[in-house]
Ligand binder design. Sequence first.
Ligand SMILES: Nc1nc2c(c(=O)[nH]1)N[C@H]1C(S)=C(S)[C@@H](COP(=O)(O)O)O[C@H]1N2
Ligand SMILES: [Mo]
Length: 440
Amino acid sequence: MFSKPGSGPAVLRKVSQEASKVDPAKRRDFLKKGLAVAGGAVVGVPFASTLSAAENNLPPNLPEWSRSLGAGVITNPYGMPSAFEGEIKRRTVPWLTADRIAAISFTPLAELDGIITPSGLVFERYHAGVPTINPDEYRLMLHGLVENPLIFTIDDLRRFPSTTAINFLECPANGGMEWRAAQMDALQFTHGMISCCEWTGVLLSTLLEEVGVKPEAKWILAEGSDGSHMSRSIPLEKALDDTLIVYAQNGEPLRPEQGYPVRIFNPGWEGNTSVKWLRRLEVGDKPWYHREETSKYTDLLADGRARKFSYVQESNSVVTFPCPEKPLKQKGRYELEGLAWSGSGKIKRVDVSFDGGVNWRQARLKGLVLPKALTRFSLDFTWDGSPALIQSRSVDETGYVQPTFAQLRAARGESSIYHKNAIHTWRLHADGTVTNVQIS
Ligand SMILES: Nc1nc2c(c(=O)[nH]1)N[C@H]1C(S)=C(S)[C@@H](COP(=O)(O)O)O[C@H]1N2
Ligand SMILES: [Mo]
């Protein structure tokens, strides 16, 4: 079957003819930058070659799904992804993170576009599983060095002015398996303990104003109501700056895995400070040094001392295409993509190298460039089949430059599993596959 003459197909034909032209000036430009151009390669299939396909759903035939009524509106009262996208999912590393207590699942970064992580794909980290909390029984206590201690219901929290912000949330152990050597051959596992959502809630400063903070107050303890009683000490300056008491994620109530019905959210800071299933906020004059923040969230240095309260997630970046999950299937033109972020503010610049850090080209920042949020970058390139060592290097608005492994190890040793933000390397092989390697 053919479509009407002169309509769709003619337009398609025109596009594919144009795509086959290579502008000589651009070609010279590519060569100058050290990237070979595969001669005459076209993206897509020439229109005429499909004309012989008489009995299938491909153009120019009309597909079978265009000849009958589709599913109705009540099929999915809550919409789900296409059944063909079932492989886009959170995954665990069975030997390391599948345990109920030390549970971690990873965000499938290679499969995502834009900067927002869909709620169902946000990585999960819990120390004692996901509690089931009836919102009618939910209460938040705010007490300690305050004039007027209060207990809030969710309705109470919603009566205060709300704030919405798009921010990343990263576990400082993101990439922790890579501190000493390249180990995981998947972007999902080297960088997938990060998400970026739109969060809505009330500023903690608003609640603190309501209860009246005493002059000697300097710290706040946030405590979860799950079995782990996860608790962290947060300096008052942060609490009065951008800390949110969050009840919504990507426009709907928080997901149970993310702390339903209420979590605290500290933009740009270690994910563990964003205590989920929040039960209690206590105002005090010194840190509490509770179990998790002493036994876990300190960074052991080479000389045996430990960094404490290393809250800020330093600038980091990674190439998300190509990557082990997304190899190159043929030569020709592509758009390299990646994600960069900084807990200190906006991403200012990202550079990309194809030769392991010898030569660098500036990537473009795509779409929204927001403080303390994932920022997408990209770079056009044409692959001639040569092996490459692909890297990205971010610079944030404070001027901080993402370190090499050599720089990071010189400063921090190799004893920590946290805050590994070194420049990452993907080895692109001649057959288009990609593996994880480290070069200092
Ligand atoms: N109550 C409670 N809050 C918690 C945790 C927990 O186990 N219990 N895990 C923390 C850790 S270590 C991280 S990295 C983040 C993960 O947030 P997410 O599961 O929403 O991605 O939640 C933090 N908040
Ligand atoms: Mo974490």
